[in-house]
Write a protein that binds this ligand. Sequence first.
Ligand code: SAM
Length: 217
Amino acid sequence: MAFPEAAIDAISASLAYVEDFLVEDEPLRAARRRGEEVGATPIGPAGGAALRFITAMIGARTVVEVGSGCGVSGIWLLRGMARDAVLTSVDVDHEHQRLAKIAYREAGLGASRTRMIVGRALEVLPRLTDGAYDMVFCDAAKQEYPEYLAAALRLLRPGGVVAFDNALWHHRVADPSRRDAETEAIREVGRLVRDDDRLVPLLLPVGDGLLCAVKRA
Ligand SMILES: C[S@@+](CC[C@H](N)C(=O)[O-])C[C@H]1O[C@@H](n2cnc3c(N)ncnc32)[C@H](O)[C@@H]1O
């Protein structure tokens, strides 16, 4: 679907309104600043709010996050989870996880709420227990998204949710002339999620795009 120029301005204004609808508090703003400083680009506020909404809606007690960054998405996820629920968060970068731990502490989330694992996602995910997780959130290496989906299908309980940030990848996914490896991998995971009968798919146009799916019971 192509939009006329005037409509594009209106759509941009509406999307900005959505991003600003829920204002982040100081712990989230501080985590976001640190994430941007070290190049661990955080999920946007509306995407974060969607994560919190999903964890609250499904009563998530066990969540795997692939790509801790400096803790923005982790705070949003944990704020929707039960008070004693645990976020397992994986990142290859020690320093990013150190900053994520600071962010959780500043947000009033105790160390018992997180299990932080340093390592490459594709080496760590096979060590986690099958069918034991309510949600898997993916936000690490974009080229690996199809492999994260395969891991998520194994890790999720029936009724669990998988979500991928950057599903629109800075407007490249919708532009057929963009054929770089990251864009292609994100398109591929979109096709895989859409065409898998075991999943109920949804592509949300919040922030840089949040691709979600429920694993059917
Ligand atoms: C976009 S940032 C994550 C931002 C975070 N989810 C947030 O919203 O605050 C991506 C993170 O993935 C990590 N990463 C990149 N490749 C990885 C891999 N193969 N395995 C694990 N972590 C990886 C990076 O170190 C970085 O911290």
